[in-house]
Design a protein around this ligand. Structure first.
Ligand code: TXA
Ligand code: MG
Length: 315
């Protein structure tokens, strides 16, 4: 099941699908221009065809091969944050299959920071479409073992790149009148983008995706879910056999929980992001009646973690 970088590239050239490490989460990769490979990705994940895939590139020149137009702000963001956990949605060129973009006229593009990911793209010789390597609406994988568990029998190989250092999916940004709009918060924060573009943070944060039509279809309310019910509040009376996903100091009634995992004892959001999915996976194997968690302070990476927790709770 585990394959080398060269083997992964060979599989990809034959329209196969391989799980690859990135700095955010593992991706299930296939040739972005090959409909056979793309169809297999959707089938393996049981993901609906309307939910488009991110196309991963290794060189800056590839941006203009995929995008028909690149606003100035997008170029600045690419220069500053690529390679890294930033995905930009731009009008697509004809050569990008509609299957890859879920029928949308825009394509999501990202250059991952993880060297292994870029090496695989270069060895394959084409851009790679890669959604997170999990079953649709389940928890994203941050280790090769997570991938093996969920998708092992459905894919052609896994490249072992260890545990993902960022731990939450990339920031997804679209553009409205050249201004970035954050569709999915991530490690490239609204504060960082606002600083780069000398714009006020509010302009970015307040611009929610349009309510009409599916702007970013992955932003379905229930997403990233563990099998155990997750609650975004602490119970006044702790039900039996429940888990606490803590951040920083433990609450007074913490001794009543059957199992406690702490995202970051020191209250560090970066550490919390890296631990998030691994801990949800761990809780899922504990057969608890429920998992209780409180949201982080709503700033920086805390936005991304809270976004995933709210979706995991499906509320
Ligand atoms: O960090 C990441 O972004 C990881 C790694 C593997 O790169 N990938 C990832 O892919 O999280 P996925 O498919 O699980 O999430 C991609 C998100 C979805 O919410 C999808 O709807 C949105 O990006 N998206 C992709 N293409 C889009 C497009 N053309 N227009 C709007 N939203 C798009
Ligand atoms: Mg995903």
């Amino acid at each position: 099941m585990y394959v080398s970088l060269d083997e992964a590239a060979e599989i990809l050239k034959k329209s196969g699908i391989v799980a690859i490490p990135t700095e955010t989460v593992y991706g299930l990769a296939g040739n972005a221009f090959c409909e056979t490979a793309i169809a297999r990705i959707f089938a393996a994940k049981e993901r609906p065809f309307f939910d488009p895939l991110i196309v991963h590139i290794a060189e800056f020149e590839e941006l203009d091969n995929l995008a028909a137009e690149v606003p100035k702000s997008a170029r600045l963001m690419a220069e500053k944050f690529w390679p890294g956990p930033l995905t930009m949605i731009l009008p697509k060129k004809e050569n990008v299959p509609n299957l890859t973009t879920g029928g949308l006229s825009a394509v999501a593009i990202r250059m991952p920071k993880k060297q292994m990911a870029r090496d695989i793209i270069k060895l394959a010789g084409f851009a790679l479409a890669a959604p997170s390597a999990n079953m649709f609406q389940h928890i994203s994988p941050t280790s090769p073992e997570h991938v093996l568990e969920q998708l092992g029998s459905r894919i052609d190989g896994i490249v072992d790149g260890g545990v993902c250092e960022v731990g939450v999916e990339s920031t997804v940004v679209g553009f409205e009148n050249e201004m970035p709009v954050i569709y999915r918060p991530g490690a490239v924060t609204s504060e960082m983008i606002a600083e780069l573009l000398n714009s006020s943070q509010l302009q970015i944060l307040n611009s929610q995706p349009k309510k009409t039509g599916i702007v970013s279809p992955g932003l379905l309310q229930k997403h990233y879910s563990p099998n155990t019910p997750l609650y975004i509040e602490l119970p006044s009376e702790v039900p039996s056999n429940s888990g606490l996903l803590a951040f920083g100091e433990l609450p007074a009634n913490s001794k009543d929980f059957a199992k406690i995992l702490n995202l970051s004892e020191s209250g560090n959001p970066t550490e919390a992001a890296a631990n998030l999915y691994g801990m949800l996976h761990k809780f899922d194997s504990c057969r608890l009646s429920g998992i209780y968690v409180t949201l982080l302070p709503q700033a920086g990476l805390g936005n991304a973690i809270n976004d995933r927790l709210i979706r995991a709770a499906g509320s």
